[in-house]
Design a protein around this ligand. Structure first.
Ligand code: PLP
Length: 378
């Protein structure tokens, strides 16, 4: 089986209910949603509707129609940024963004001449919310922040930034990829206007699922058009959610799996998942800091990070370390830039990358012991 410590890329294993739900749907239903009036199609409609409701419950949001399904958070972020930013708009973002945000912004800089400001943070990825306010200009049209770094795990002051955004009437978009499911995310309490999420990381759902929670009246122009299953004689994209942004056949089998995953999270409770993962992180920080010649990046405080730890071993390339761990010990970790070069600029590893260990709900302390043993024997 091996030891899987790459949960920041995608979580594994999934709760068995998730794969069973996908199998059951594909074997016994298999129909499209929003298109038919026969019984099985109505069942598909119900699966989709119930999943919207459960996602809402998880993020304290009670308007299921404003929960939009996409194929992953990258698609969600592209839809939001492209659907909201116009020529010469100014946007504020963190210094830790994943390429899902950063490349999209850089592409829009080329295409629409948008102006990008990065909020500075310290070498541990700690951002001060007040620094966001200092960057606001007359043409600031959006603030987008990752909720937590996928390289060093640092959790960002989302609630405080949201408060600043509200005060200045600027839409606040959050990339929830690393936080959703691992930590309490509450769109009301955290002042989040638009939450983007992916289904296959800490939400424990299947790949190919993700979405957008639209907790505001700001307009997101559709960037795709096509069939929505209703109003078919109308020649343009409809103007109401979710159909405005959901076009083409939905991934009903995946969403069926996501529905089971969210039910699992609600049953286990995110608070309990957080506690377990926090303890594991504390344990891992402690034990890894004793490994010979190790340098750990980011806050060495389990309260400030998600279960993600980046490190290097002196005189060893990150790729080499990950390769030996995989080859000799069957321990699966990731090496490199983790699609987030900006974060490596902050910790000074843009040229060399890092080894990243990321834990999930199903990891145990003995697995961290085995990792430390392997690292000490490199
Ligand atoms: C912070 C962050 N944003 C975006 C993404 C992209 O996720 P997906 O590939 O599911 O779109 C990731 C995945 O690594 C991430 O960690």
């Amino acid at each position: 089986m091996g030891i899987y410590l790459d949960n920041a890329a995608t979580s594994f294993p999934k709760p068995k209910e998730v794969s069973e739900a996908v199998y059951d749907f594909m074997t016994n239903n298999g129909t499209s949603s929003g298109r038919g009036a026969y019984k099985k199609a109505m069942e598909s409609d119900f699966i989709i509707y119930e999943c919207r409701k459960l996602i809402g419950e998880l993020f304290n949001f009670n308007n299921p129609k404003n929960v939009i399904f996409t194929s992953n958070v990258t698609e969600s972020i592209n839809m939001v940024l492209r659907g909201m930013l116009k020529e010469n708009d100014h946007v504020i973002t963190s210094s830790l963004e994943h390429n899902a945000v950063w490349r999209t912004l850089k592409t829009l800089e080329k295409e629409k001449n948008i102006d990008i400001s990065k909020v500075k943070c310290d070498k541990h990825g700690i951002t001060k919310a007040n620094d966001v306010e200092k960057l606001i200009k007359e043409n600031t049209k959006l603030i987008i922040f990752t909720a937590a770094s996928n390289v060093i795990g640092t959790i960002q002051p989302i609630k405080e930034i949201g408060e600043i955004a509200r005060k200045n009437k600027i839409p606040f978009v959050v990339d929830g990829a690393q936080l959703c499911g691992a930590y309490r995310v509450d769109v009301q309490n955290d002042n989040i206007d638009i939450l983007t999420f992916t289904g296959h990381k800490s939400l424990l759902g299947p790949m190919g699922t993700g979405g957008i929670v639209i907790n505001c009246d700001y307009n997101i122009e559709p960037t795709k058009s096509g069939g929505t299953g209703g109003d078919s004689a109308y020649e343009y994209q409809v103007d109401y959610y979710p159909n405005k942004l959901e076009t083409g056949t939905l991934n009903v089998s995946g969403i069926c799996g996501l529905r089971s995953a969210v039910k699992f999270l609600l049953k286990e409770k995110v608070e309990n998942i957080y506690e377990k993962e926090k303890n594991l992180t504390e344990y891992a920080l402690n034990i890894l800091s004793k490994v010979n010649d190790v340098e750990i990046y980011g806050p060495k405080d389990s309260e400030k990070i998600t279960p993600v730890i980046s490190f290097n071993i002196k005189n060893k390339r990150a790729e080499e370390v990950a390769h030996i761990l995989g080859d000799k010990y069957n321990i699966m970790v990731r090496a490199g830039l983790h699609c987030a070069p900006c974060a490596h600029e902050i910790i000074g590893t843009k040229e060399v990358g890092t080894v990243r260990v990321s834990m999930g709900y199903f990891n145990e302390k003995q697995e961290i012991d085995k990792l430390a043993y392997a690292l000490n024997n490199l």
